[in-house]
Design a protein around this ligand. Sequence first.
Ligand code: GLC
Length: 732
Amino acid sequence: MKLLTDKQKAAIDELLEKMTLEEKIGQMNQISPSIVGGFDVSFEELIEMMTDGRISKEEFGRLMAGAKQDFHDDVNRAGGLSSVLVSDPEVINSLQKIAVEQTRLGIPLIIGFDVIHGFRTVVPIALAEAGTFEPELFEKTGRIAAKESRASGIAWHFAPMLDISRDARWGRISEGPGEDPYLASVFAKARIRGLQNDDENPENYVAACLKHYVAYGACESGRDYNTTSMAKSMLHNTYLPPFKAAVEEGAATVMASFNDLNGVPCTVNNYTLRKILKEDYGFEGFVVSDANAIRECIIHGIAEDEQDAAVKAASAGMDMDMGTWIYSKELKSAVESGKLDITCIDEAVRRILGIKMRLGLFEKPYVTEEEMHRYDKLPEEHLAHALEVAEKSIVLLKNNDVLPLKKTAKISLTGALADMPEEVLGSWAISGRADDCVTILQGLKNAGADVSYHPCCGPEGEIDEAEVKAAVLDGDVIIAVVGEFASMSGEASSRADISLPGRQQELLKMLLDSKKPVIAVLMNGRPLALSWESEHVPAILECWHLGVQMGNAVANVLFGDVNPGGKLTCTFPAMTGQCPMYYNTPKTGRPASKSKFTSRYLDAPLEPVYPFGYGLSYTNFKYSDMDIQEEKDCLKVSVVLENTGDRDGSETVQLYMHDVSASIVRPVKEMKGFSKEYLKAGESRKVTITLSKDQMGFYDDDAIYHLEDGRFIIYIGGNSKECLKQEININF
Ligand code: GLC
């Protein structure tokens, strides 16, 4: 997205001069269509009735079939709408026509939608994609999603989601790049480059929206929307870095999060919105609330009523109201009564108009018939990208010489998830289409496998014992696809027990009783507690929700056409009770150990089942000859990496550091770099990663960044647990 030209800036000044107060406030209003008719209760009530089971999903669908969407054309015509959350291109054009041709000033709408991991070509959930450790892939995902959605008239993605998450109970861990601030920052920058690529042609880029700002992933007990509180040093060292990195990359918009942070909801938080984001980070785009969040400030107990909520939000730097209409209702009287200074309104409108101009919406507000249908059939290039990301997101967790399978293997495939197309899409894939999805069953067939399918059991419901018997009889090897429905992660999907849901573990036990080799293929949107599985199942592939090409990717890895190289972006605890569990934790004065009086549980192991950065390969890698060369501004950390196996493969070499003694305690390890290496069988290579000295500091509780002389331990290895290390003394 090009920066504003002087001419465009002048045009904005001119527009602001002309705009009435109502028209300015209209630019701060983002709506979703109201659902009307077809039933005699409100839409929200209908949703509740379905959620709590008073009506079935089928009944809900029938009632919705008779309903209409009200886009408030009259308000639009009066210049009262700025943005609409919608994805149908015909509808988008009709709404734009009203805004551009029937309002006094003809300011176009900015159409926003949740495009988190692909629009039509849905790729793996971000928690998986980040595990490829390939920023070029993160960027290309953004670029493809931008092109596909812009052809529908969507110019604004409510993405990337950048919430650091350390608690696997939280369902929204699936939407972001995991538990590490460094990896999340690399992911953030690459995704912004992809979405907003600096292109001449507006058909190729959209405005990104960094969410959820900020520390939403720190919700107490992993329960969605729950309270968050932390020291400012924690906020600046752990939760802000991906947002800071994305703002530096030019992110166009930011979405404030639902949670209260240290007592102040992020929707009305002056410190995070005005001080940090707009002043310290110099953010020039606009901030949008999360859905209904301004109204929820009354429920939080920070606002007396809707006008108080409106004034507090606008004063704090909240530029656009998503979904409540409160700005439309309350801001005019707030300004006229002197409760709100008009400068807040003008600043918000200037920011919003700036993004609309940079998107080229004034020049090209509509999409053509050709554009609308450009991606009805997914282009081969997009599908190839989805397949590549899916293959590289797969993490081999365990393999007792079971994998890869021979193409001639006689396979019994089990697990209901193996043949449920919509489940491969994962959370927040609203614009994905089941017809485009390749299931694991289909993927095996596409690979020419000799496979018989026996569902047996899913994440809910009973085990079909007859199917289990048939499965055990049929195949020489058994694949069990187990895990979570896509709806078990994502928003409002926290789980108080992160073990395999339903009776899937029992299914594994029944299959293992056959004494035939069993491979667990996991389909899940969060780390699972796999203590028993990790001990008893001879091979485990973490396959997440991999998007439209899931089946083909899983088959290619199972048969060894692709050697898995994905790494975990989050820690897998042994049991739920260990949550939150993450690698970059302070040491404490009594680090967990076998002795009693240390920071440990009586009834849980000391270590996670699988640590951050972990992932095996069909070959083996050896690390040796670590070396550190100190230069003026950086350390050159090198290691010799050797592929000692008989297969070519990839390995993500990871660099960590520990500040041994500082003015505040520092994590036992912090990732500061990585390098993904592809080596042929038998090949060895010296790998060097640069650690710039300005990365070796930390923020204190006054949000001041410190580089402190002293001892550091530098680690380099294939995951956050198994590393070579050297100590070094640094004087900055
Ligand atoms: C939801 C989510 C947010 C999403 C928005 C619009 O509540 O919190 O991630 O972008 O509403 O759908």
